[in-house]
Design a protein. Structure first.
Length: 375
């Protein structure tokens, strides 16, 4: 077992489930165990370590490798430390057939292990950069409201490039979709179930809206294609309405997941939806269902450092992904950001999460090679 693999096993065995997905005081909740463990590792490798408090008992870990001379630029390695929940067996790492199974193995403790292990190896080598500071930032709360990356961005830390860890199958990703959650509400008129003609059924109105969203609107979104991202999508996720069978309901609410392309804003999407519904003689009140905006990512692939990373990764063109991540938050704060990491997002959040150990090793060496080229 090499060092990166061992580190990943240790990380999987330390649960760091986002507290948003667990009852209060659950023993698996929170990232603190993992950030303290990584702080010790980073300290042993000679990195300068500090905790950035984000929420009570939840801190980003910031570990820096200072360059030999005065720093002229800074690279950020930014994976997240939290995971979604899993069943008990998933917190015991298990190696089988060239894979490591366990919660977080690919999303995104694989990236944490590859990034920190590359940085520690660089710290101990002779190829340490002369003028580039490299900062590892283990972030909390990516899976819920991205409080970690938002706090890091708000702290005023500047960087010339952030490599955000997510399982991209070792592709350098410069664009991802935004994630918009909207609530739509229809209103009708209460009446006795025996006299439905006296009321106006809010569920029936919503049923027509749901049908249109999933057919006509979804088809309309397929007209416009982004070079790296394909098309925007819509999906109706929840519906609630009505009190009991013998009352005509006066209210029905759905929540929808609308994945956006660069250039689409929440207000533009809401405005467009309202007008399209009106054309169909349908009416709904539209509101936001997210704590903070989750905008699309589009980083200029011709930026010198992005080009260097692409070249070093042997990748002719940048890639795009469907899912939202911390890269959007850092990019919104003016830090050019790309997404990169071992593992496949298709295995993330599943009951059988795993990462290919070959991908983990290659990820570590690709990162190390890139960091070694920095002046
Ligand atoms: Zn992730």
């Amino acid at each position: 077992m090499d060092k990166t693999e061992k580190l990943l096993c240790e990380l999987v065995a330390l649960p760091s489930v986002n507290p948003a997905f667990l009852p209060a005081r659950d023993p698996r909740a929170g990232e603190q165990r993992v950030s303290e463990f990584l702080a010790v590792k980073a300290g042993h490798a000679g990195l300068d370590v500090e905790f950035q408090r984000v929420l009570p008992g939840r801190s980003n870990l910031v570990a820096r490798l200072a360059p030999l001379r005065a720093p002229r630029r800074r690279i950020l390695l930014a994976p997240h430390l939290d995971t979604v929940n899993g069943d008990a067996a998933q917190f015991t790492p298990c190696r089988r057939d060239g894979r490591l199974f366990g919660r977080g193995a690919c999303d995104t403790k694989g990236s944490v292990a590859a990034m920190l292990s590359a940085l520690c190896e660089l710290a101990g080598s002779k190829k340490r950069p002369a003028e580039t500071e490299i900062v590892f930032a283990g972030l909390v709360d990516e899976e819920n409201a991205q409080a970690g990356s938002r706090a890091l961005a708000a702290s005023g830390l500047r960087a010339d490039l952030a490599i955000v860890g997510e399982p991209t199958r070792l592709q350098v990703v410069t664009a991802h979709k935004g994630s918009l959650w909207l609530e739509l509400e229809t209103r009708g008129k209460l009446a006795h179930g025996a006299r439905p003609e006296l009321g106006r059924n809010a569920i029936h109105e919503m049923a027509r809206i749901v049908d249109w969203l999933e057919t006509g609107y979804a088809a309309r979104l397929r007209w416009r294609r982004h070079r790296l991202l394909g098309c925007a999508t819509v999906s109706v996720g929840t519906i609630r309405g009505g009190a009991q069978a013998n009352i005509v309901p006066d209210r029905c609410v759905i929540s929808i997941d609308r994945r956006t392309l660069p250039g689409e804003t929440e207000s533009a999407v809401s405005r467009e939806l309202r007008s399209l519904l009106r054309q169909r003689h349908l009416q709904a009140w539209i509101g936001s269902a997210k704590l903070a905006a989750c905008l699309p990512l589009e980083t200029n692939p011709r930026l010198p450092l992005v080009l260097e990373f692409l070249r070093s990764a042997g990748q002719p063109r940048p890639a795009g992904v469907d899912y939202f991540c911390d890269a959007s938050v850092l990019s919104g704060a003016g830090i050019p950001s790309v997404v990169f990491g071992p593992g496949d997002i298709a295995r993330a959040h599943t009951a059988n999460e795993w990462i290919s150990l070959d991908s983990l090793r290659r990820g570590q060496s690709m990162l190390l090679r890139f960091l070694q080229t920095l002046p």
